[in-house]
Design a protein around this ligand. Structure first.
Ligand SMILES: C[S@@+](CC[C@H](N)C(=O)[O-])C[C@H]1O[C@@H](n2cnc3c(N)ncnc32)[C@H](O)[C@@H]1O
Length: 320
């Protein structure tokens, strides 16, 4: 006898179970599904094989501000699921280099490398710098491995070490690779042409939905809280961490893009950005949802000398 096949009479029963399950879903998730199914950017992303509709935000920012050039080195912070990295790979061909960093596990898209790590940890900044030194070193030494995208998992992922501002921390890199040079050339110190950040603070799902698999980690975690103050402060903290990385790794004249959620704290961030870049513009691409508080700072022409301590003098100006 064949088991596992249900008699036809069982189907109405199954339909009832499905109906009950879906009718119990919160109206907000049903609204989200309805909205996503009608959204032209979601449809276009599916059609053009982008990992998400976010691809169109970066494409629009690039169209408005001419950010990318072939051969550029890009750091994409909060890259998962990978739409921005896909666009960055396209726009920096040939010879471009794209490194995605995210706190959640995700495979980098074709042509990009990735590191799973928390950008709020100083160790992550060192790992990112070492990634570039190492790949440059391999290039000089004709290592066959070069050019092949890689994925790393930072081991201290769960322990963010506070980003401290040391005057000379560019020199204290703690390079661990035995073959790497101790003294860095200027090109090695500032290897990046553009840092892009689409990060927002992940909110853990309620405990009953938690599971430890790596499947769909992005969909489990990437949500804003909906609380304006929390989202604004959390996003500004992430932008500041991205800005510290940009100060440390961006070439003079390099560019920086970061997502933030509008609110009280973004004026302070804008002031800090103006200390680092000659030109700072706010932009909200059409692909952002009208009702969303998300917005982007697009910054150009990193100044040649930047005093990090001065930039962050009012770092802790968060008022709650
Ligand atoms: C809106 S998603 C990015 C979407 C991406 N730009 C794309 O095109 O697919 C925001 C990402 O930021 C990541 N993120 C949030 N906080 C982070 C942190 N402290 N360090 C690294 N990544 C972080 C989240 O895990 C999430 O994947």
């Amino acid at each position: 006898m064949i088991t596992g096949v249900r008699s036809p009479s069982a189907f109405p029963e199954l339909l009832t179970v499905f109906y009950r399950f879906y009718s119990k879903k919160s109206s907000s998730s049903t609204q989200w599904l309805n909205r996503a199914s009608k959204d032209p950017y979601t449809k276009a992303a599916r059609f053009q094989d982008y990992k998400s509709r976010a691809a169109f935000k970066l494409k629009e920012l690039n169209k408005n501000h001419n950010l990318f050039k072939p051969g550029y080195t890009v750091v994409d912070l909060g890259f998962a699921p990978g739409a921005w990295s896909q666009v960055a790979v396209e726009l920096t061909k040939p010879h471009g280099r794209v490194l995605g960093v995210d706190i959640i596990p995700a495979n980098p898209p074709k042509g990009a490398s990735s590191i799973q790590a928390n950008i709020l940890s100083k160790k992550t900044h060192t790992i990112i710098r070492n990634f570039f030194i190492e790949t440059d070193y391999n290039k000089q030494n004709d290592d066959d491995d070069l050019g092949k995208p890689k994925s790393y998992i930072a081991t201290e992922l769960q322990e963010p070490v506070e980003l401290e501002l040391e005057e000379n921390d560019q020199k204290s890199n703690n390079n661990t690779h035995k073959n790497l040079p101790v003294e860095l050339s200027e090109k090695q110190q500032f290897p990046v042409d553009i840092v892009i950040s689409d990060m927002y603070a992940p909110v853990l799902p309620p405990e009953r939905y938690w599971n430890n698999t790596t499947n769909s980690a992005f969909h489990r975690m990437a949500n804003t809280s909906g609380l304006v103050i929390r989202d604004n402060v959390a996003s500004i903290n992430l932008c500041d961490a991205a800005l510290i990385l940009a100060i440390d790794l961006l070439k003079p004249n390099g560019a920086f893009v970061c997502k933030f959620f509008t609110g009280e704290e973004d004026k302070g961030l804008e002031k800090r950005l103006r200390k680092v870049f000659k030109k700072v513009i706010r932009d909200k691409p059409n692909a952002c949802r009208d009702e969303s508080k998300e917005c982007y700072f697009v910054c150009f022409q990193k100044k040649k000398t930047v005093d990090k301590i001065d930039v962050f003098t009012n770092f802790h100006e968060v008022k709650l």
